[in-house]
Design a binder for this molecule. Structure first.
Ligand SMILES: Nc1nc2c(ncn2[C@@H]2O[C@H](COP(=O)(O)OP(=O)(O)OP(=O)(O)O)[C@@H](O)[C@H]2O)c(=O)[nH]1
Ligand SMILES: [Mg+2]
Length: 406
């Protein structure tokens, strides 16, 4: 299927809720991210609507009065799409569509759309298609999709079976078909991975748009697609990298994002196998992003969900060239000093306290501190290598034994 909503130049409105779990600042952050996602999908955000409620309205997500405001705005400004920051129930989706009379998407929907636009290889497309059907399945109730045409055949529908049940069955069949297809490719890939021999495997992980592909390009001198949009990378790329004379495999992977249902993450299982099978993770963080600590948290959560726990990890804080602490005047005694005011040196100390030596502060773009980066990666990979193959440790001396050149 691979359905794509064409958002090109489409005028868009965002809607989010302020609730007890999500204060105004948090919502602002989420909507900033949603706006970036919309831009990535090709849309342009004209306005945001927010509402403070205890609970989302079960019928229309936002209240009646607010909905009327949105309806007027949509009507007067020729808005093509309204995007909700949270997942809508099928009933909500249907009701809202009726009222607003334009395209209605939720966050998951939008992300899936971007995935669909970006999936290039047949493997990535199959994964996206699987994710789309997984998303569709619980939503079939109340939605008459006429999927049965695709299946056809007399006698396919049992007596008394409703259309929805038929649709469900078709979607389930499709899901198991796609899973089988992925399994077959997986087996081939496993063989390929097996052929990679006894090299230590390192995987770049991190939130989307933090600079994983840029870093990959810098260290492997390869040409992986990197750009300032979300989910530039959907396929994994593996490169052999040699630092000094120590070879290892480096994998670039799909970026993580918060509020992505686990079941969708699972659709990318095979891509994530690279992460599961890695000996070392480089967790890349965009330290210039105001919410980078939340990003770390949500990456760790996804790692836990896919059962990648306690793997050796280096924290790589990237984009130091772009980091700006919030200014705080010396004589300002009123404002409380928070981590937002930390200098880079303070962040470095904070993370060293938490993680010991396993932290790095770099700029992949400006190639700052790359020497440090190479050294630390070399030493960590070397350690893994000689633990595994103790008999050839003589091959790889301490990094500094090479002297200063390079
Ligand atoms: N200022 C600055 N920008 C950077 C740095 N590293 C990467 N970028 C920019 O950040 C954007 C995202 O970079 P990517 O390498 O595509 O990020 P990614 O983590 O691979 O993103 P996804 O594949 O979308 O998850 C690009 O515009 C890069 O030029 C850096 O050190 N400093
Ligand atoms: Mg990338």
């Amino acid at each position: 299927m691979i359905e794509k909503t064409d958002l090109t130049y489409e005028k868009t409105v965002l809607v989010g809720l302020i609730t007890k779990d999500q204060n105004e600042d948090k919502l602002d952050e989420y909507l900033d991210e949603l706006e970036f996602l919309t831009y990535t999908a090709g849309g342009e955000v004209i306005k945001r609507f927010t509402q403070k409620v205890d609970m989302p309205n079960p019928k229309t997500f936002i209240g009646t009065g607010k909905m009327e405001q949105v309806r007027e705005f949509v009507h007067e400004n020729d808005i093509g799409v309204v995007i909700f920051d949270d997942e809508l129930s099928p009933a909500q989706q249907k009701n809202i569509e009726k009222i607003l009379n334009c395209k209605i998407l939720d966050r998951t929907n939008l992300i899936l759309d971007i995935f669909a636009q970006r999936a290039k290889t047949s493997y990535a497309r199959t994964q996206v298609e699987l994710a789309q059907y997984e998303y569709l399945l619980p939503r079939l109730a109340g939605m008459w999709t006429h999927l049965e045409r695709q299946r056809g055949g007399i006698g396919m529908r049992g007596p008394g079976e409703t259309e929805i049940e038929t649709d469900r069955r078709i979607v389930r069949d499709k899901i198991s078909l796609l899973k089988k297809k992925l399994e077959t490719i997986d087996k081939q890939m496993e063989v390929q991975r097996g052929n990679r021999g006894q090299l230590v495997r390192v995987a770049l992980v991190g939130y989307t748009n933090v600079g994983k592909s840029t870093l990959m390009n810098v260290i492997s001198k390869s040409d992986v697609f990197a750009e300032n949009k979300l989910f530039a990378t959907l396929d994994t790329t593996v490169r052999k990298v040699v630092i000094r004379n120590l070879p290892f495999l480096l994998t670039d992977t799909v970026g993580f994002i918060r509020k992505l249902p686990t079941q969708l993450v699972e659709s990318f299982k095979s891509t994530l196998d690279e992460v599961r099978e890695a000996d070392l993770l480089l967790h890349v963080v965009d330290i210039s992003h105001p919410n980078f600590e939340d990003h770390i948290e949500s990456v760790n959560q996804t790692l836990a969900e896919i059962k990648v726990l306690n793997k050796p990890t280096l924290m790589v804080f990237n984009k130091i060239d772009n980091y700006k602490a919030e200014p705080l005047e010396k004589d300002d005694l009123e404002t409380e000093r928070t981590p937002a005011h930390y200098s880079l040196a303070e962040w470095e100390r904070t993370w060293m306290n938490r993680m010991g030596e396993r932290v790095l502060f770099i700029s992949a773009l400006k190639k700052e501190n790359m020497k440090d980066f190479r050294k630390k990666v070399y030493e960590t990979v070397r350690e893994i290598h000689i633990t595994r193959f103790p008999y050839n440790n003589f091959l790889y001396p301490e990094y500094d034994a090479y002297g200063e050149e390079e």
